[in-house]
Design a protein around this ligand. Structure first.
Ligand code: PRP
Ligand code: URA
Length: 209
């Protein structure tokens, strides 16, 4: 079963507490999504392989560690996942970015796909799917299934808040996928919103409400 990592780092928790506050405005919310994504990316890439290379410092030869050139891709689930992309690219600037557009039907809560554009070599890349909210898990599982159909073999999921229902669904349908969250919240309400959560992430990032 996929591992679930909850980041308890004080900086992440502090920033998340401000994001949850209903009085936090669009500008600050957007900045915080990006900053939290950057901090989470730092932790979620801990297992990237390194290789030794020989260099010369200004004073002596040295053997140093560099990233082994693993190919990475970040795949945001539109819209809200877009808010996490800049933070991810600050940490891994050479990653390519694929986009999956999904929205959740408000009646059925099922994901509806409306857009997809992947890098040509996506099947050869390790993929980190980003979406601030993992609620029922419908959107994340659909996005991961889609990436597997493209041939992707190494996929991680990074969400800022996860509900137990969504985490369980991803673990059941994609046991090979590790999940990274900044918080695991209590439950979903009858409209599929995470409680206590932070509201509608897309609306809060883009100011559409
Ligand atoms: C939100 C969120 C996730 C999805 C999570 O997107 O960004 O993609 O809901 O819910 P789920 O786990 O139950 O599928 P939404 O459908 O509101 O679209 P948006 O990002 O365009 O606002
Ligand atoms: N999508 C959101 O943006 N927020 C929730 O709480 C659930 C789904």
């Amino acid at each position: 079963m996929g591992k679930v990592t909850v980041f308890d780092h004080p900086l992440i928790q502090h920033k998340l507490s401000i994001m949850r506050d209903k009085d936090t405005g669009v500008k600050e919310f957007r900045e915080l999504v990006s900053e939290v994504a950057m901090l989470m990316c730092y932790e979620a890439t801990r297992d990237l392989p390194l290789e030794e290379v020989q260099i010369e410092t200004p004073v002596a030869p040295a053997t140093v560690n560099r990233l082994a050139g693993k190919k990475l891709a970040v795949v945001p689930i539109l819209r809200a996942g877009l808010g996490m992309v800049d933070g991810m690219l600050t940490m891994i600037p050479s990653a390519k970015v694929g986009h999956i557009g999904l929205y959740r039907d408000p009646e059925t809560l099922l994901p509806v796909k409306y857009y997809c554009k992947m890098p040509k070599d996506i099947a050869e890349r390790d993929v980190i799917v980003v979406d601030p909210m993992l609620a029922t898990g419908g959107s994340a599982t659909a996005a991961i299934t889609f990436l597997k159909e493209y041939g992707c073999k190494h996929i991680k999921l990074m969400s800022i808040i996860g509900a137990p229902e969504g985490i369980k669904k991803v673990q059941a349908e994609h046991p090979d996928v590790d999940i990274y969250v900044a918080a695991q919240d209590e439950k979903l309400n009858e409209h599929g919103y995470i409680i206590p959560g932070l509201g509608d992430a897309g609306d809060r990032i883009f100011g559409t409400k």
